[in-house]
Design a protein around this ligand. Sequence first.
Ligand code: GBH
Length: 502
Amino acid sequence: MSEERNMWAQAKQATFAQLTGSGFAVKNLKLPPDFVWGAATAAYQIEGGASQDGKGKSIWDIYSHLEPSRTNGENADITCDHYNRIDEDVKLMKSLGMDTYRFSMAWSRIIPQGGRHDPVNEAGISFYNRLIDALLAHDITPSVTLYHWDVPQALYDRYKAFLNTTEFRADYERYARLCFTRFGDRVKSWVTFNEPYIISIFGHLNGSLAPGHCLEASTDTKTEPWRVGHTIILSHASVVQIYANEFQLSQNGKISIVLNGHFYEPHDATKKADIDAAQLRLEFYIGWFGDPIFLGKDYPASMKEYLGARLPSFTPEDLKLLKDTYSINGFYGMNHYSTKFVRQLTTPAEEDDWTRNIEESSVNNKGEEIGPASSMPWLRIAPGGFRKMLNWVWDRYRLPILVTENGCPCPGEADLRVAIDDQFRQRYIGLYLDSISQAIYEDGVKVEGYYVWSLMDNFEWSSGYGPRYGIVHVDFDTLKRTPKNSAYYLQTTFQERRKDVA
Ligand code: GBH
């Protein structure tokens, strides 16, 4: 490996103590001159202002107030109070040298009841106008996610939101069209949905995220998650078509979707069934959405075969829409955190099995862990898997990749000193950036940018305020923001990188 490589990566075999140290910068990280970096957030996780200025309730406002609590006894009524602190937060981004900022809009702030005939809340629109204008005034490019998990509760009450494809799609089209109309003169990068897999499986199958649907009576976990996915795919395609037909010519922006996924390695690398399982698990996780959306095709054959009638079918009209729209997607939005081992089980699967009877684990058949664990047991440092994931997506979809989320919470981060000198996170980020560099220069993958998750510590869904993913520390009593060393690490790394290419 040349000296141009990230020094942390070269020290991979060394001990943790040798690898880390505050103020360490990746002097020779090689990335294209137009490669951009920034941070990502989501409305419910950071905004607060839960009922300020006419905001309606979303499924998360309800879910986070359920008794007994499903969110560690916490909610995001106030969280980081970003709603009232945009000037401070944008200045912070600028001081850290970010080129771009990925955030989501709260549908229920803009249309409190959510539906296509419901009134628009101008105060919600003006909040996002102020945010967008502040970013542009500081030369930070906004990237807007229309949906990051917070559907208006009224739509869930009316028709169960994603479970009614026709109604949801019509309401979402109106919401999207409104956003393009009101913000598209300044927003040139759009994401329709964040992580459809999580919305479908975690929201509607195992119920660990809102709406926690499986916990209600009369649910059918055999079919409903796949209906939800179907709704997302068709709603995405419709909105891409609307953008292309009505806005793109004058506004000149890009639109796509963000898919998440672990990379998978075989539990036993000598077993054909486990090698196949790794590929199949990727098809069931990413191909589920990626093949219809980015290839304009039906679901992967492996899914159709295994799920049979549990998987909805595309009509000829749907397939035409997918075919007409797939090439409009301007990038592949990738949220990626970690890698797991998988093995094919041979014992009978549950009726509502969604994994093709494939079991995930952090340890392989030799007892080797996939990597050191963060404070979340599933999230381990495994940069090799990231490089393979970038390759897998590029080979299958041939679209430039934007890494729309990547990051981790450090072990022991409840301790303020660990949080501020966040060596685990700096090491994680350094290694993952190096994987991007390798994917670009050694494998020929096109990667255009990197968003760290997250700008600041925030409400981590069902885990409440436990895990801290921010590169900026937030004291949830005083709401004071303090950059962690990883923030300066990223700032310096990208500054140095710029100097190198200049
Ligand atoms: C992202 O989701 C979200 O977009 C973001 O809002 C969130 O704060 C961030 O990540 C950090 O969690 O696979 O069963 O072992 C990531 C979704 C949630 C998927 C945790 C993997 C691990 C449980 N991930 N999940 S499992």
